[in-house]
Design a protein around this ligand. Structure first.
Ligand code: NDP
Length: 295
């Protein structure tokens, strides 16, 4: 609740960083960022704040007044926050969402570290670079847009967007068109396309794809089915589920069942957080300590 932020501000703890979300109780960012602050001997604390959508504007004003160093934003604030910033970096503007706010001299600056966090996670999990990949992204919301933009920037070989609302996928593809103007892959399949979320359309793509990233909430609930069933997957695929968990997510289980490699979103959480730390403090983040704090 927003009242949390008011009372926290009066507490003796030097809370100067935090995450705004709703719900936010499950967030692992505090344990990861507090471990980093401690390791770097920075005398501040990072807290979680349950902020409703209609409280976001006031909450951002308050952290500016309280000389916070920065804020992370999670569901449902990433898109709404963009209009509330004093400045927004180009990449966050293009994605249309902010996940990291830096406060300097009473002004807020919006960034988005999800795309670069994803890229680092893929390198860490599968020892490959996005530029060599034919990528299929499930979703066209905030996380999917960050991932798709990053794939485009890194000049991946192919990019296919699969979204429940196909129009949203098509819009994203239009925005990325210029990145894929050159010929790169030989063969009959287009370098960039949006397809409907249908079994036959997905089955057709699998032979021309290396990496599938789930950027939908499917799997947040452990009773959810895998966003793509194991029978449509194949052993050559790398499966990355942005949903994080200390257990196998339904999508990772489906990958393993199909003989493919799979990883969940903990590594993306780690790297987007490390990049946020670097934006706030302009120094390298203690990655190993942050990783350990997530285990
Ligand atoms: P958004 O609400 O912006 O987007 C949600 C997307 O999922 C939309 O494309 C939506 O499709 C699709 N979707 C929602 N429900 C369903 C469904 N039942 N079936 C099929 N598609 C569905 O959310 P975000 O992009 O911000 O977040 C998505 C997920 O990414 C989160 O669940 C979170 O776990 C994960 N994430 C992980 C991070 C990490 O560091 N590991 C960082 C950021 C996000 P439609 O357009 O049709 O509505």
């Amino acid at each position: 609740m927003f009242s949390d932020l008011r009372s926290w501000s009066e507490s003796e703890s030097p809370i100067r960083l935090g995450i705004f979300g709703s719900p936010v109780a499950h967030s692992l960012s505090p344990q990861m960022q507090n471990a980093a602050l401690k390791q770097c001997k920075i005398d501040m604390e990072y807290a979680r704040f349950e902020i409703a959508p209609n409280e976001l504007r006031d909450a951002l004003n308050l952290v500016r007044e309280l000389n916070f160093v920065g804020i992370n934003l999670t569901v449902p604030h990433k898109i709404a926050a963009i209009e509330l910033m004093d400045g927004v970096d180009n990449s966050a503007r293009r994605i249309g969402a902010v996940n990291t706010v830096k406060i300097e001299k009473g002004k807020s600056h919006g960034f988005n570290t999800d795309g670069r966090g994803f890229s680092r996670a893929i390198r860490e999990e599968f020892s490959v670079d996005l530029r060599d990949m034919r990528v299929l992204v499930l979703g066209a919301g905030g996380a999917a847009r960050a991932i798709a933009m990053q794939c485009a920037k890194e000049n991946c070989e192919r990019l296919v967007i699969v979204n429940r609302t196909v129009e949203k996928g098509k819009k994203l593809v239009e925005e990325l068109h210029d990145f894929f103007a050159g010929p790169k892959v030989l063969g009959p399949v287009p370098r960039l396309q949006a397809i409907p979320w249908e079994e036959s359309a997905i089955r057709f793509q699998v032979g021309n794809i290396d990496l599938i990233a789930n950027a939908t909430p499917l799997g947040l609930n452990r009773a959810d089915a895998s966003p793509i069933p194991a029978r449509l997957l194949a052993p050559h695929l790398m499966i990355y589920d942005t949903i994080y968990s200390d257990k196998r997510t339904p999508f990772v289980s489906a990958a393993l069942e199909a003989g493919a490699r799979g990883a969940n979103g903990l590594s993306m959480l780690l790297h987007q957080g490390a990049l946020a730390f670097e934006i706030w403090f302009e120094r390298e983040a203690p990655l190993d300590v942050m990783r350990k704090a997530l285990l």
